[in-house]
Design a protein around this ligand. Structure first.
Ligand code: DC
Length: 218
């Protein structure tokens, strides 16, 4: 089973790079952040407090979640709503819940196994979900660059707000007790600051053994 793990913080370029690499390699693409967002979305919709660890854990186990080009939560298309500021505010709390993580990690492994492999993006893919992935990439970028990229995506938010929100999420994501954001020992780190998407995609493809040219010239 071919698994390529792409981890890194918000705004590091993970989604864009992971999608392009998957398309090029003919693999499916799984955005695990969208799954944590789907749980946060479902909790808000049912008036469950994100801090209610038992309530949110039960919800994660029971909810019906389809993930592909669209994100369908209990039959409702939540593709757009899972990116809302309200969900973004709640998601780090939900992602710090160990029972939610256990449930979603099991679902992620099932999803990938059912498809015979994938390019999987997240925070703990190389370290926890697929420690035997054939390639692990960890993308980073300077804080200010990550905040400006996100500001461009979120038309209704200002840079300062986005930068503060990213800093808050980075802090929660990297200090939580369960699977904090960390770099797998055998991951290749790529700093995407000041680099175009194409160059980063090319580098990842080369690492995956799919360079444009055969390195042996054959
Ligand atoms: O990548 P994103 O911003 O959509 O991720 C949403 C949140 O989910 C973020 O706070 C980190 C968390 N997350 C996680 O803890 N583990 C993953 N594998 C993916 C995302």
């Amino acid at each position: 089973m071919r698994v390529i793990a792409i981890d890194g913080p918000a705004g590091s370029g993970k989604s864009t790079v992971a999608r392009a690499v998957a398309a090029r390699l003919g693999l499916d693409y799984l955005d695990t952040g969208a799954m944590y967002r789907a749980v946060a979305f479902a909790a808000i919709r049912r008036n469950i407090d994100p801090d209610d660890t038992t309530g949110v854990a039960n919800l994660a186990r029971q909810m019906d979640l389809e993930i592909g080009d669209a994100v369908i939560v209990d039959g409702v298309d939540a593709t757009i709503e899972i990116r809302s500021p309200e969900v973004t505010r709640a998601v780090s709390t939900v992602a710090a819940n160990p029972a939610v993580r256990a449930e979603l990690v099991a679902r992620q492994r099932e999803w990938v196994a059912a498809r015979g492999g994938a390019v999987v993006e997240g925070r703990d893919i190389g370290s926890v979900v697929f420690p035997a992935a054939e390639l692990k990439v960890y993308l980073t970028a300077e804080d200010s660059e990550r905040a400006s990229r996100r500001t461009k995506e979120m038309l209704d938010l200002q840079y300062d707000q986005v930068a503060a929100d990213i800093a808050r999420r980075d802090h929660i994501d990297s200090t939580r007790a369960e699977s904090p954001l960390s770099v797998a020992e055998d991951a290749v780190c790529i700093d995407t600051t000041d680099r175009g998407v194409d160059a980063v995609v090319r580098q990842v493809l080369e690492l995956a053994g799919d360079g444009q040219e055969d390195p042996r010239g054959a």
